[in-house]
Design a protein around this ligand. Structure first.
Ligand code: T4K
Length: 418
């Protein structure tokens, strides 16, 4: 392949002209920079907790670390109950079941597929709803139009930590007698109208997966102010046990282990530092990408508390001169492992694609956005200098879009690859 004479520098004003890795040059990074590299708290504190749980020989089944984690989460979020689980998908499944959802439940298609799977897994039909104009979360007006006699609930998603329109959704749910819950996998530490995520709807579900703002290796939680719901969730995530040999409910094994709780507690203690690092990266990306034609960085509402865990860019192919997929391919060659979160939308994934082949007709905004978004590396595994370098690369790519298009493999130019 020919080597392109193209820029890859971090300098804001003068991108320079070395070679892009996609065309045979040296990658900008020798070691990949990831989206979702775990945020790690104080390693020594974590190790002390792990030593303690080994000394106690209490590894799972509601050990002291799980109890402490639940209590500290509830205090932090400001809800009466938090029940932690092995992951957020299981937490969603349990919450859906504990709320006795059935028939149809309205969800966005622009989300990680777990939101939809948690329903389909229980033979509940996810009805995909479009996102609001100019935003990434459920459009309450569209929700209303999708309600049928079979609808029992709505799951809003606070995608990338930007909260759904909770008040409007609550009004729809109240008016139509539906349960409302939120997939808050991305939104720990965020607020809406100054109120912490965790207390909206009947319950909210957090994820503590390794890639999340706060991690517990794997983990999830159901947060709620409802005593009865909390009790049902607690029973369901432990086989329905209400005592040593007394089962009073059907249930699964959705328990969090002690080692996960050790990590979760350590992450929670590091929360302020993690936000600070995320914020530095976010601001640096904003500076780097300001004014670049066709690239718009997702904004956070500065009046609210945000965790800044996701750096998301929308690519306007006409203005940038490159498609989102071209940009991702160029960046990945440089070892900048940008992700197409959340492409192509759940409705275009199986089994939904086969079950609802025409769903896209009602999801024009979702289809528009899923073809344009990409997430950039941030978090613990990234240094501010890396952000400057990635920004410089992207500016250079856009500045030299015509040249890149010219050198792009023929199949791409013919439109066989996007
Ligand atoms: N609802 C929403 C809205 C969600 O986004 C998710 C999960 C859920 C519900 C369900 O939550 P959980 O049941 O997982 O608790 C990842 C995560 O596995 C998933 O938790 C997350 N959302 C989703 C957005 O991302 P993948 O398939 O993209 O993961 P993977 O392995 O490609 O990793 C992502 C990036 O992170 C890679 O670039 C590598 C990096 N990474 C990953 C891991 C695991 C690391 O650097 N270190 C690591 O340990 O799904």
């Amino acid at each position: 392949m020919r080597t392109a004479n193209l820029p890859q520098t971090s300098d804001r004003e003068a991108p320079g002209t070395p070679h892009l890795a996609y065309f045979g040059g040296e990658p900008a990074f020798a070691v990949p920079r990831h989206v979702g590299a775990p945020n790690l708290g104080d390693r020594a504190v974590l190790m002390r907790r792990i030593e303690g749980l080994l000394d106690r020989r209490w590894l799972t089944n509601r050990g002291p670390l799980v109890e402490e984690f639940e209590q500290r989460l509830a205090e932090r979020v400001g809800v009466r109950h938090v029940v932690v689980t092995c992951n957020a998908t299981t937490a969603l499944e349990i919450a859906v079941r504990a709320l006795d959802l059935r028939g149809e439940v309205i969800v966005p298609s622009f989300t990680f597929v777990a939101t939809a799977h948690a329903l389909q897994w229980q033979r509940i039909t996810p009805v995909f709803c479009d996102i609001e104009p100019g935003g990434y979360t459920l459009d309450p007006e569209r929700v209303e139009a999708l309600i049928t006699p079979r609808t029992t609930g709505i799951i809003g998603v606070h995608l990338f930590g930007r909260t759904a329109r909770v008040a409007e959704l609550q009004r729809v749910a109240d008016r139509r007698g539906l349960q409302l819950l939120f997939d808050a996998a991305h939104a720990f530490g965020c607020t809406r109208d100054g109120r912490s995520v965790g207390g909206f709807g009947r319950c909210e579900i957090f994820s503590f997966h390794a890639t999340k703002f706060l991690n517990a290796f794997e983990g999830g939680a159901v947060a709620t102010d409802d005593d009865d719901l909390a009790e049902r969730v607690r029973l369901m995530q432990n086989f329905g046990f209400a005592g040593e040999d007394r089962v009073i409910h059907v249930g699964v094994n959705g328990k969090m282990t002690e080692v996960s709780a050790a990590m979760g507690l350590t992450s929670l203690e590091a929360e302020a530092g993690i936000v600070a690092v995320n914020r530095i990266h976010y601001d640096a990306y904003r500076r780097e990408l300001r004014g670049v034609p066709g690239l718009s960085l997702m904004r956070y509402d500065e009046r609210e508390r945000n965790n800044y865990q996701y750096v998301v860019v929308e690519v306007d192919r006409d203005e940038a001169g490159l498609s989102r997929d071209q940009l991702v391919a160029l960046l990945r060659a440089e070892n900048v492992l940008a992700r197409r979160y959340f492409h192509p939308g759940c409705h275009r994934m199986e089994p939904y694609r086969s079950l609802f082949p025409h769903a896209g007709l009602l999801l024009p905004r979702t289809e528009h956005v899923t073809d344009r978004v990409l997430a950039l590396p941030t978090g613990g595994g990234v240094e501010p200098a890396d952000v400057a370098r990635i920004g410089g690369l992207m500016r250079g790519m856009v500045a030299h879009a015509a040249e890149i298009r010219d050198r792009w493999p023929h199949a791409v130019r013919r439109g066989e690859v996007t």
